[in-house]
Design a protein around this ligand. Structure first.
Ligand code: B16
Ligand code: MG
Length: 224
């Protein structure tokens, strides 16, 4: 882990700031049930951090189901409607441990913060969580051509914050996101376990396990 202080922080959303994975799972499972196959929570791990269409393809692969190309957007839209329905009751109590405190500490310390989520629902989710004003820049996944593990979303976030990619630190819960951060030349903090995220530069079970020390517009990270 580099000792040079960081000048910006970039956050993934699902699995880092909020546990929406359980809602994604329930919506995908409902689709799998409708298509007539079983989809376990273990299978769901493969969909974390993966775009909606790629997630559908993995789901169909798991169920050994083939559909026409033209059917895919219909199925993905159906899953998304169910997912958005499940988000109906989402409120700030769904924030993961340490999320609000660290965003507050970074804001107070003058560290610019961006959100770089693969989710096209990210804008709505951060509004419901009441954290939208804490981000200086939010990448709209719909405008990024190549999904994680491509570095594009993180490079766009650094551009949006006006910092060099090498000076930003990324917080991610998915292997594809860790790879994307590295491809962008950034240090990646894995939120989860070392088994699940072997390529991460540093691991914390959640954001409350990290010490965010900000001074003079720079951030030094430690483990608590
Ligand atoms: P949507 P993240 C990702 O968000 C989720 O981890 C992944 O499971 C989901 O398929 C993807 O967003 C797309 O989400 O269907 O809402 O556009 O982890 O990158 O914040
Ligand atoms: Mg994630």
């Amino acid at each position: 882990m580099q000792q040079t202080p960081f000048r910006a922080a970039i956050f993934d959303l699902d699995g880092v700031l909020v546990d929406t994975a359980k809602y994604h799972y329930r919506a995908w499972k409902r689709l799998a049930d409708q298509l007539g196959f079983d989809f376990s929570e273990h299978d769901n791990e493969r969909l974390k951090g993966v775009s909606r269409m790629r997630s559908l393809e993995i789901l169909l692969e798991i169920g050994n189901v083939t559909v026409l190309e033209s059917e895919k957007p219909v199925l993905a839209d159906r899953k998304n409607r169910w997912y958005v329905e499940l988000l109906g009751t989402l409120d700030p109590s769904a924030l993961l441990p340490g999320a609000l405190a660290c965003l507050g500490a970074l804001g107070d310390g003058g560290i610019p913060v961006a959100l770089a989520s693969a989710s096209k629902n990210a804008g709505m989710v951060i509004e419901k969580l009441k954290i939208a004003p804490l981000f200086r820049y939010v990448v709209d996944a719909a405008t990024i051509a190549n999904a994680k593990p491509s570095p594009d979303i993180f490079l766009d976030a650094a551009r949006g914050l006006g910092v060099d990619p090498q000076s930003a630190v990324v917080f991610e819960d998915a292997p594809a996101g860790i790879d994307a951060a590295h491809a962008a030349g950034m240090i990646a903090v894995g939120i989860g376990t070392a088994e699940a995220l072997p390529a991460a530069d540093m691991i914390a079970a959640d954001l409350s396990r990290l010490d965010f020390r900000c001074a003079g517009g720079t951030l030094v990270l430690g483990l608590l």
